[in-house]
Design a protein around this ligand. Structure first.
Ligand SMILES: Cc1cc2nc3c(=O)[nH]c(=O)nc-3n(C[C@H](O)[C@H](O)[C@H](O)COP(=O)(O)OP(=O)(O)OC[C@H]3O[C@@H](n4cnc5c(N)ncnc54)[C@H](O)[C@@H]3O)c2cc1C
Length: 512
């Protein structure tokens, strides 16, 4: 009988797994995971990703083994793997989830499609997230998103027929893969079990103050759900999280608990944001390499200061809030949206670095790295998207707003622990005597600021303006708004253009 191969990628679970569910219903099923050498050579993949993934794979292998058929793990290209399976089993069907990946993934998928066509293999791809193909614009997206989330969860199969022994056993899976990355001092536990614990602890307790505090750097590690690494590896499905959040919402609503219902409403909006960005990436995958708004091409491409990049990437810029965010990401492999936004904005504006290298650095450090969420967010905060006005923050004012007492800074930059609340956000404002009293000599214990902040902000504003004065194309803004923006933002954009009748960037980029 023809077997069905279930090709696991970023969907490492057995419950609510459409390819596995449908394959098992049809007969003998072979679950595989392919460690693709070329994939792990890509600059956005890192050793810490592999370590997290490997632990998740181990758990998945245990679960599949209990059902009857262990996971086949193979280190080779996917085309060679499919040929090996073909040689052993003859014609088969291939089931997997779709991927909204970077260029390398898209090209690999084209090769797989070609292989399947040449071998008359039927490759069925299921939808892992509410992301839809060939949408003319976003008008119908909200309704489709709601339909996707409300579909029933699929139960895990109870049994798999044993058809083959895995070629690689867990004890000989590779230890290291991907670009070297610093050791994580406090990595999250990997796997579905850990992910479900994060979900439960969030919905039962940690999430109560989410609305008020999810952007607060001091409390983010506690208040945010921390579910993103489990969504990125697929240890938990998007729909499972949506269902559990809706159930919790109903429970707290029935109890009349306003705090919880408000917080879960915001959490639901954030979850929806994830698929919004994925949709954007799926519609414009070229933004992995190029600015979404073509008027920004050439803005920073020819300037890159390696020493600034090094200082930024190691958390040694001399600007405490920036260094604390980077060190948090290095230590935990996780940072809230606010922290990541601050890092990218600072790199692209104050340090005037092109966004691509900073984006890859954050990608390698983050356990939850997913190109389809990552690159749209990077472009949003590098302000190359053209869907809103560019924003260049006064970093000291922002630091005071996000971490008023400097608790977050003190935690991740302990050399600044003895600084007063006045100086913690701007150590360079201390006199030499104050540095001695605070046990923190600038240039020795903690770096001097890597750039003159006010000059850097002014220079960035001037350069952006001068560039857009030459290159700004209003049709490009219109194209982006029509393709990617919601109906409301589109309407707002049209109103602005009609009322002001101007064609400047300021009048064309609607604020988000
Ligand atoms: C520059 C930059 C790069 C990013 N790269 C990634 C990435 O590679 N992978 C990734 O999963 N997220 C990325 N994000 C989005 C966001 O930072 C993380 O999703 C969030 O911090 C994950 O933590 P959490 O699970 O505790 O989120 P919570 O605050 O608990 O939110 C719940 C879920 O909502 C979704 N979500 C929350 N905020 C966002 C957001 N801003 N955009 C899209 N979805 C969101 C995520 O699925 C998240 O797990 C990036 C943000 C920025 C600014």
């Amino acid at each position: 009988m023809e077997i069905t191969v279930v090709w696991y990628k970023r969907d490492l679970r057995i419950a609510d797994h459409a390819p596995l569910h449908h394959a098992v219903a049809q007969g003998p099923t072979l679950p595989i995971y392919v460690i693709e050498p070329e994939y792990w050579q890509q600059p956005d993949n890192s050793q810490r990703h592999w370590q997290f993934l490997k632990a998740t794979l181990l758990e998945l292998d245990t679960q599949l083994t209990k059902l009857g058929q262990p996971l086949w793990v193979i280190e080779d290209s996917i085309e060679n793997t499919l040929s090996t399976i073909w040689d052993s089993f003859g014609k088969f069907k291939l089931f997997s989830y779709q991927e909204y990946g970077p260029q390398w993934v898209l090209e690999r998928n084209q090769r797989v499609a070609k292989w399947c066509a040449n071998h008359e293999v039927n490759w069925l791809q299921f939808q892992p997230f509410p992301v839809f193909q060939e949408l003319a614009n976003r008008d119908v997206w909200d309704g489709k998103w709601a339909d996707y989330c409300s579909q029933a969860l699929l139960k895990a199969p109870v049994k798999l027929e044993n058809i083959a022994t895995p070629p690689l056993r867990p004890e000989i899976w590779p230890d290291a893969k991907g670009w070297e990355s610093p050791e994580t001092e406090e990595p999250p536990a990997a796997g579905r079990h850990a992910g479900l614990e994060f979900l439960a602890s969030f919905l039962k307790g940690r999430g109560l103050h989410y609305k008020a505090e999810y952007q607060n750097l001091t409390s983010m590690l506690q208040v945010c759900s921390r579910l993103s690494p489990y969504l990125a590896t697929g240890a938990i499905s998007y729909r499972e999280v949506a269902h559990q959040a809706q159930r919790a919402m109903k429970f707290y609503k029935d109890k009349g608990h306003a705090g919880w219902t408000e917080s879960l409403k915001v959490f639901g909006e954030q979850l929806k944001l994830q698929s919004h960005y994925m949709q954007q990436f799926s519609d414009s995958p070229e933004i992995e390499m190029e600015p979404l708004h073509r008027s920004f091409v050439g803005l920073r491409e020819n300037e890159f200061d390696d020493s600034r990049f090094l200082g930024w990437s190691e958390g040694r810029t001399g600007v405490p809030i920036v260094d604390a965010c980077m060190r948090c990401l290095i230590r935990h492999g996780w940072l809230s949206e606010t922290g990541r936004a601050l890092l990218i904005s600072f790199a692209c504006h104050q340090l005037w670095l092109h966004w691509r290298q900073p984006a890859l650095h954050l990608a390698r450090l983050s356990f939850d790295y997913d190109a389809a969420v990552h690159f749209p967010q990077v472009q949003l905060y590098a302000d190359t998207m053209g869907i809103r006005m560019w924003q260049i923050h006064d970093i000291v004012a922002l630091s005071k707003r996000l971490d008023p007492e400097g608790k977050f800074i003190r935690r991740f930059c302990p050399e600044l622990d003895e600084l007063s609340e006045t100086h913690i956000h701007s150590p360079w404002s201390m006199s030499h005597g104050e540095q001695v009293i605070s046990s923190c000599l600038l240039g020795e214990d903690y770096p001097e600021p890597i750039v003159d902040l006010s000059k850097a902000v002014q220079a960035a504003k001037d350069k952006i303006k001068a560039h857009l004065d030459l290159t700004y194309d209003p049709n490009e803004t219109e194209r982006i708004v029509n393709k990617h923006a919601s109906r409301l933002v589109r309407q707002d954009f049209q109103d602005r253009t009609q009322v002001r009748g101007q064609i400047t960037p300021e009048s064309h980029f609607p604020p988000v």
